[in-house]
Design a protein around this ligand. Sequence first.
Ligand SMILES: Cc1ncc(COP(=O)(O)O)c(C=O)c1O
Length: 329
Amino acid sequence: MSVTNRLLPTLGEREVVEQLRALRAQQPVKYTAFYSSQLGGIVTDPALMVIPFDDHMVHRGHGVFDTAGIVNGRIYDLDAHLDRFLKSAERSKLKLPASRHEMRDIIIRTTAASGRRDGSIRYWLSSGPGNLDLTPAAGAEPGFFVMIFAGLVYPEKFKTEGVKVMTTTYPIKPPLYAITKTTNYLPNVLMQMEAKAKGFDNGVFIDHAGHVGESSNMNVAFVSTDNVLVHPKFDHILAGCTSQRVLQLARTLIESGQLKDVRVADITMSEALASREMLLIGSSVKVTGIVQWDQHTIGDGTPGPIARALLQLLEEDMRSGDRLIDVPY
Ligand SMILES: Cc1ncc(COP(=O)(O)O)c(C=O)c1O
């Protein structure tokens, strides 16, 4: 292969920053504040929201992350997400750069610095820089990063018309990796790309025993023909904070007679396909009705009443429940 004679400059500090700015100008992003333990503070210029290439989270995927929502100037359900974040860190054998209390405080203060009153907070723990090996570099300091951004946005028709999913051809992660929220999302990414390429909105993993797993970045649940809300067991999928909360809130629908029961159980694909309603549940998608799975129509092909009722309960909880933290803007 010939070597081109195109100028390949060796860049200095000023050119690198200019180049980072040019990249952001080409592709505007809605990131309003970023904390980095490596920088020792918060930046609000997206061009400066960077991480060293040799951090093992980048080149080996040795990192974990989690998310929480900002709703009307308050943070929703941060403690549940932080609990899961710490469990993921422990399973991934990541050292903590600070105590839980300090990390929680940094998350809240970064949110305040962003000025954002609605959106999303994503935070990561990395194994740190130092070399391109597998195990953490000698003396590597774990990294902690917090990004405040607009959040994932789905088309309005998800709410009005529901979504279409397909059984993915990609294998589900083994349970240890599925229950741990690491930065290894390759199966999830490929599943969503496959679904979109085939005209669906998303995919669903099925486990090796033929039980329903989860979707790309959201859980799935079902309403049986005898009105029981059934959710797959959390031993082989991510324990969605939204699902866990929705399962609690759903008790209200038992009291009002809209549901007969709420159950967490293994669900075969044929049981799932026979359900009256199928739901996607997650921090970004909230509660959304699934109306088609592969070539099968779910229920009457429109989002059902339990999807609507659960979304209403969740939105109420996000607006005025007891899981909200005030942000000192
Ligand atoms: C693989 C996977 N499953 C389920 C969920 C839903 O979790 P949560 O409700 O905490 O957003 C997510 C999102 O974090 C996810 O990435």
